[in-house]
Design a protein around this ligand. Structure first.
Ligand code: SF4
Length: 373
């Protein structure tokens, strides 16, 4: 049952299922991962639409995708082959993990779209890599314009002001989440975020500002005692997973998720021209494991644990998500050095495995309770 402040976001997602987005008059360009420069897509006159996977079985995509890649990508491809993303004009993806990037070519050959484009992203931050990113973004702008786009610097200025403001409002909600004063659950929070993936930013920003005002008036109190934890990992698409964690005795007070904090921080970049700010923000993003080394990520996660007063970390991975699984042993080792307890859970495409998750979480919270209490 959604809480009152989050209800409009559930409605947006339902509306999106009922009415095909093609009838909305918007021209949509899909993307998988938040390293895609959505401000540029928007400034070219398209509405960015984050492609979802979800819980589903895979049959059509079986011949095109190996069964040892993440469920997100397999189910998203299955849906595209069924025609569920037929309203997308094209697909743009910033170079992150090999699976997401390999899938661009599979979509290009089997689903189509214009543009179907992979944006190469540098790994280091220096003058040469910023120049490289600038030329990669210019190439994207040319492709979007050739596909009927209308990019201009003024339009990018406007798009950035919208997305920066969205990120500021959401980070403000994160601050309240650290304090435990958000009047809605982690499942509701994920739904609030997911509604933004399918909604034009102009409308989404209005909904978010109303949510923030309502959050001011409905501070949580009188909640049953629960243990604050940070959730880290790849993308979580099912709010139910977060609800089970909270029903098992936890309170998600912070996250390092692909469908969470990683896409919001920092809210903005610096620089005189709008493209400079897109580049600067990209370079200073809270990093994903496919873009950074585990030893560099560990102190950032530990800092987030301290900042949010989390008492433990729950790693939630998509099955076969190599970047996250490869980082896990190092992150776990670094957390141990800081005496921060952690547990791990892998998600499948076909079901939530509620019983297994609940048992794992109840045991974890029991251990945390004994340790601290
Ligand atoms: S980072 Fe992991 S979950 Fe995300 S697309 Fe790549 S393999 Fe899938």
């Amino acid at each position: 049952m959604p809480s009152q402040p989050a209800a409009p976001f559930y409605e947006v997602l339902k509306e999106n299922e009922r009415v095909t987005p093609a009838l909305s008059g918007e021209r949509y360009v899909g993307y998988f991962c938040t390293y895609t420069p959505i401000e540029i897509i928007h400034a070219a006159g398209f509405t960015p639409f984050r492609v979802a996977g979800g819980l589903d079985s895979v049959s059509l995509a079986d011949t095109l995708t190996p069964n040892f890649i993440c469920p997100y990508m397999r189910v998203a491809t299955e849906k595209a082959l069924r025609g569920e993303y037929g309203f997308l004009s094209g697909l743009v993806q910033g170079y992150t993990c090999d699976v997401a990037c390999g899938l661009i070519n599979i979509w290009k050959d089997n689903i189509g779209g214009d543009p179907c484009h992979l944006v190469p992203l540098p790994y280091n931050d220096n003058e040469a890599s910023r120049d490289f990113l600038r030329s990669a973004l210019k190439e994207l702008i040319e492709k979007l314009d050739r596909a009927g786009g209308c990019f201009s610097e003024e339009r990018l200025e406007h798009s950035l002001s919208l997305y920066d403001e969205i990120r500021r409002v959401i980070l403000d909600l994160y601050d309240r989440r650290y304090e435990g004063s958000l009047p809605f659950s982690a499942g509701d929070f994920l739904t609030v975020i997911q509604a933004g993936y399918v909604t034009p930013p102009e409308r989404y920003l209005g909904l978010l500002k109303t949510l923030r005002d309502e959050a001011d008036h409905e501070r949580e109190d009188g909640q049953p005692p629960s243990i604050p934890v940070l959730v880290s990992g790849s993308l979580v698409e099912e709010p139910r997973i977060l609800e089970i964690i909270e029903e098992s005795g936890g309170r998600i007070c912070a996250d390092d998720l692909c469908t969470g904090f990683r896409q919001w921080s920092p809210a903005t970049g610096s620089g005189a021209r709008p493209l400079d700010r897109v580049i600067d923000r990209h370079m200073r993003r809270f990093p994903c494991p496919s873009r950074s080394r585990a030893r560099d990520r560990a102190p950032l996660i530990i800092d987030l644990v301290r900042r949010s007063a989390a008492r433990g970390v729950i790693f939630l991975f998509q099955k076969f998500c190599t970047p996250h699984l490869a980082d896990y042993p190092i992150l776990n080792e670094e957390l141990k050095k800081e005496r921060i307890p952690a547990t791990v859970f892998e998600m499948e495409e076909t079901g939530i495995m509620e019983g297994q998750l609940r048992t794992r979480m109840e045991t974890f919270f029991e251990t945390l309770g004994e340790r601290d209490g």
